[in-house]
Design a protein around this ligand. Structure first.
Ligand SMILES: [Zn+2]
Length: 550
């Protein structure tokens, strides 16, 4: 054998430490909006068979952080499924502005297909794509309450992705996929029965009341800062009057897990041939209720407990079917920050920055206060005259979609303004606004800079010139963007530990036991699972996690 070829084969063997026996089924679970800190804060009350299945009897990566700045659901699920950062996957946010039509584009939308959603906007291949290309007969399926979670994890060549429509109510798909309609028609009639089982969400007893007070910060006086969704209210017990409200409780996970089990059965995942199958499961309820009640609430404490028990039951079910033949990975698409008013009550610096878009025909007087300050500071810098009576059609920014400001190009043309000067003026103005950590122009991020700061590097990993906007803004720790619902609820999306640090847990076939504390990323999962099944996936900067048995 020629030396070159030998060396190539040797390199391939090193790059792909194929475990002796690939798992028949791999289940990748993303608990939407689950920060790593929940696993430590609530550790004493976790069951033996839920998260602890990996923490105590599998692999636990205690410092898994998203390396990029835009910690939203779309980018996170694309990163889990593809192993690529947003700059490469193209999913730079949940929504961005299309440059030619000047209309917002939702990350999973596809106007061509019946059902409206597909991976059309996903620009990178995925773990699932690579498995389907290389292993005949392998199936790759995604399921979640959220379309973008199921679709972006499963990838462009997925067998199918299923998501939940609370209006039906039931799971659905789009004409992009070959959905199993027989299975949907058999399962969906069982959905309304979940309501009779769960007509109320009460506080469970997994955490003793005395400990709960220490582990949460949920005084009655601060409950007005929680979001009211439907009839659920802002404290226990929460009455559940319809399926949409049910998805805002941990019982939404029951729907997803029950349907995941149905998929495994009906699609014969892990049983019908030698080819490994891949199932992505997105538990979205944690995110819905987390936005409404915040990470310090009694509700989130309860949801973490209930999710843990739901996972335990799911793993027991998998054991009975696939004992020793399956592998599970658990992670999250992002974490979350405290409700700012709760954080302030705890003595921390926190707040909401308001860049909300104005209505048509509005004037500067109608602009959200931070947005007005931005426009006025930038105008001053450019020696433009603006007053409260200036129409918003004369503003420098036409549109804000976090984290990006999009220039008002017709205004720039009419006033003969240099676009880079305007971008710099907006960037410098943004930096003066309370709660804003820093800002970058698209030109800053396009230019080569070997000495980027950490935050600039994180922003570059999130940036794509055709989608990301003209000025990108990132907030200080504790600060979040304000939404139309006012001063309640919380969110994520920043380059801060609370948003970036998530669980990365594995157990099952091919996975060694251990705890690793070196910094890794959820983007490493694609290459790691790829190594288990003998395919190469994920970004070149990612590596196989050291828990893969040789
Ligand atoms: Zn999310």
């Amino acid at each position: 054998m020629p030396t070159m070829l030998k060396r190539t084969i040797l390199l391939l063997v090193i790059a792909l430490p194929l475990s002796a026996k690939p798992p028949d089924l791999i289940v990748v679970i993303s608990v939407d909006q689950f920060r790593y800190e929940y696993l430590t804060r609530f550790a004493p009350y976790l069951s033996d068979g839920g998260f602890n299945r990996a923490i105590k009897h599998g692999a636990n990566f205690t410092r898994a952080l998203y390396p990029y700045a835009v910690t939203y659901t779309g980018p996170g699920h694309a990163a889990i499924g593809t192993g690529h950062v947003p700059a490469r996957s193209g999913i730079v946010a949940n929504t961005w502005l299309d440059r030619t039509t000047a209309t917002p584009v939702y990350c999973a939308e596809d106007k061509r297909v019946v059902g409206g959603y597909s991976p059309l906007n996903l620009d990178s291949d995925s773990l699932g794509d690579r498995l389907q290309e290389k292993v005949a007969g392998s199936k790759v399926i995604g399921v979640a309450l959220k379309d973008r979670a199921a679709i972006l994890m499963a990838g462009r060549k997925a067998t199918t992705a299923y998501w939940f429509d609370p209006k039906m109510p039931g799971f659905t798909s789009s004409s992009y996929y070959h959905a199993n309609r027989t299975m949907l028609n058999a399962f969906n009639p069982s959905v309304p029965a979940v309501l009779t089982q769960h007509h109320e969400w009460t506080q469970s007893t997994f955490i003793p009341t005395t400990d709960l007070a220490r582990l949460t910060h949920d005084p009655v006086s601060l409950r007005k800062y929680k979001t009211r969704h439907g009839n659920l209210g802002v404290e226990f017990p929460h009455p559940i009057t319809n399926i949409d409200e049910l998805t805002f409780t941990p019982f939404g996970n029951d729907l997803v897990i029950a349907f995941a089990e149905r998929i495994i059965d009906d699609e014969h995942l892990g049983t019908d041939d030698a080819a490994p199958d891949l199932l992505f499961v997105g538990l979205s309820s944690q995110d819905y209720l987390g936005h409404a009640y915040g990470p310090d609430s009694l509700e989130v404490a309860d949801s973490v407990m209930r999710t843990d028990r739901q996972l335990e039951e799911f793993f027991n079910w998998l054991d009975q079917k696939f004992s020793g033949r399956y592998t599970v990975a658990i992670t999250a698409d992002h974490g979350v920050q405290s409700i700012p008013e709760v954080a302030r009550d705890l003595g921390r610096d926190a707040g909401r920055v308001d860049f909300q878009n104005p209505k048509k025909n509005a004037t500067f007087a109608d602009l959200a206060p931070d947005r007005r300050q931005l426009e006025k500071l930038a105008a001053k810098n450019l020696r433009l005259k603006v007053t409260d009576k200036t129409p918003v059609t004369d503003a420098l920014v036409s549109y804000f979609e976090e984290p990006a400001l999009y220039l008002n190009w017709p205004r720039l043309a009419a006033a003969h303004l240099d676009s880079d000067r305007v971008k710099r003026a907006l960037r410098d103005a943004a930096k003066q606004i309370r709660g804003i950590r820093t800002a970058f122009t698209s030109s800053d991020l396009i230019a080569v800079d070997p000495n980027s700061s950490d935050i600039e590097t994180a922003m570059r990993l999130s940036f794509r010139a055709d989608r990301s906007g003209d000025v990108l803004v990132t907030l200080k720790p504790g600060y979040i963007w304000k939404y139309s619902n006012g001063d309640n609820g919380t969110t994520h999306g920043q380059a801060v530990d609370d948003d970036q640090h998530v669980p990365l847990l594995l157990f099952g076939r091919g996975i060694a036991e251990g705890t690793w504390s070196d910094e890794v990323a959820p983007t490493f999962l694609a290459k790691t699972i790829g190594a288990l099944v003998g395919v190469y996936a994920g970004g070149t900067e990612t590596r196989v996690l050291p828990c893969v048995k040789p």
